[in-house]
Design a protein around this ligand. Structure first.
Ligand SMILES: Nc1ncnc2c1ncn2[C@@H]1O[C@H](COP(=O)(O)OP(=O)(O)O)[C@@H](O)[C@H]1O
Ligand SMILES: [Mg+2]
Length: 374
């Protein structure tokens, strides 16, 4: 195919959240897998300090695990600025060279491979909306609500989906009425409980409190990452089942086969080390060994969750399935882990949609959906 007819995709990655490194890994993985016949990649990095920079394709392709460490963007590149494109949904990135803009590159669509706050949470989606730039994935509200484990539970419960009992607090209510909150948690929640930063990800700042005595330290720890925290009832003996959802314009969303997170150590959960370090004590089982009947209910719950949240493009829906096969929604991730070894792409691969085709389909969805309020 002719160079000029390729779709130019801005891969935006890195970011200021604690998931910066994971995002860099994802960017390399997508850049290596994307079909070069159909797509041209424009690399846009956001450094840990929040500066936007252009990243050459060769550097993008090289982002990978090295010496057992995840890749990071350094701060050496000059600042770049995002500019509105041709008015047809495209954008432009240019580097600030002294007082002038240089190396301006146009792109047709943005694919933000950012996880966590300031990326997965509606902030960059708002920037794209303001600039009239097409982008992959969920819009502003769904991204913001999906990032906030308290707001998400409210919305899911309102839609009739089962979620576990929880109590939310913020640093003001915690400072003002610590004793009252602790009493309420003891009364309303069965232990163990999970204490989580409300707007976190990758299990960072999450701990399990076995008894009420463990709560204050766990809450203080979560408050280090977010001014808002949720404390939720822990499932004991439930399976962690996940399903990938892929949008269909004007139709019911597609759902994949299910996957299962199996934690090998007794007292562990799916924490950061388990998620990203090679010696992590976790297996991702794809497809999950479940009955066809349970799979059908898992898929239905995944699709319902996706639509209830007003998600678009892609989401991974994470569920707890109790020993008597009741299904609870844990969370919906609007930008799930997206390396070729992540659950979301693996679920689609097992369901017959290969990683490069999945990437192409997501870009196609972003190019064909209406702009503005949808
Ligand atoms: N209510 C719960 N009961 C049992 N395990 C939980 C519960 N909440 C979280 N976990 C464990 O902690 C992990 C991370 O929690 P999660 O809410 O998914 O946070 P994150 O958004 O960081 O992935 C889950 O994958 C699971 O292993
Ligand atoms: Mg999770």
């Amino acid at each position: 195919m002719d160079q000029s007819t390729r779709t130019r995709v801005a891969i935006i990655f890195g970011g200021v959240s604690s998931e910066h490194d994971v995002s860099c890994l994802t960017a390399g993985s997508v850049a290596r897998a994307i079909d070069p016949e159909r797509f041209e990649v424009v690399g846009i990095g956001i450094t840990p300090s929040g500066r936007w920079v252009q990243v050459a394709t060769a550097d993008l392709l090289a982002l990978d695990v090295a010496d057992n460490a995840l890749p990071r963007l350094d701060e050496t590149r000059p600042d770049a600025v995002l500019i509105r494109g041709d008015g047809n949904g495209g954008g432009r990135i240019a580097t600030l060279d002294d007082e002038r803009l240089a190396e301006a590159r146009d792109f047709d669509v943005a694919f933000a491979l950012l996880h966590g706050p300031f990326g997965e949470d509606g902030t960059i989606q708002g920037l794209f909306e303001m600039m009239g730039i097409r982008y992959v994935g969920a819009g502003v509200a769904a991204s913001a609500i999906g990032m906030d484990k308290d707001l998400m539970k409210h919305e899911l419960r309102a839609a009739g989906l089962a979620v576990c009992p929880w109590v939310a607090l913020d640093r003001h209510t915690w400072a003002a009425d610590r004793a009252g909150l602790l009493l309420r948690m003891e009364a309303d929640l069965a232990f163990p409980v999970y204490v989580k930063p409300a707007r976190g990800g990758s299990s960072i700042g999450i701990s399990r409190a076995e008894t009420p005595a463990h709560l204050p330290a766990a809450i203080e720890e979560a408050l280090r990452y977010d001014a808002k925290v949720i404390v939720e009832e822990g499932f004991v003996g439930a399976r962690e089942i996940e399903v990938a959802v892929l949008d269909v314009l004007d139709g019911a969303p597609r759902t994949s086969l299910a996957g299962e997170i199996v934690v090998r150590t007794e007292d562990a959960f799916y924490d950061y080390a388990a998620k990203y370090l090679p010696e992590g004590q976790v297996d991702l089982v794809v497809p999950a060994p479940i009955s066809d009947a349970l799979l059908a209910r898992v898929q239905k719950t995944g699709a319902r969750t996706f639509r209830a949240m007003g998600a678009e493009g892609l989401s991974r829906v994470d569920l707890f399935v109790t020993p008597d096969e009741e299904i609870y929604v844990n969370e919906l991730n609007t930008m799930p882990g997206f390396t070729h070894l992540s659950m979301y792409p693996m679920l689609w691969d097992a369901s017959g949609l290969r990683y490069p085709d999945l990437i192409a389909e997501l870009i196609e969805l972003a190019l064909t959906r209406p702009m503005g309020l949808r």
